[in-house]
Design a protein around this ligand. Sequence first.
Ligand SMILES: [Zn+2]
Length: 84
Amino acid sequence: MPASTKICPCIGCSEKIPHHMLSCRRHWFLAPKPLRDAIWATVGGDWTAWAKNAQQFVRLIAQKEGRECTETEFDRLARLPERA
Ligand SMILES: [Zn+2]
């Protein structure tokens, strides 16, 4: 598998996405713009801030789709993306 591809971290999603993207397009545009802007603002910067925003993102999408965001999923997300 090419290193530039990963799976969308949103719960129940198995969409393949480019490595530089947080989620697939469908999920990305479900998030409110302020949150998307906040995520962009931390890309390549403070890792902790980025991870916090990313967790918030996945949790919000899970809520919107009526999915349960388990602690296991949450922990898994905290380690995304794997940095090269
Ligand atoms: Zn997705």
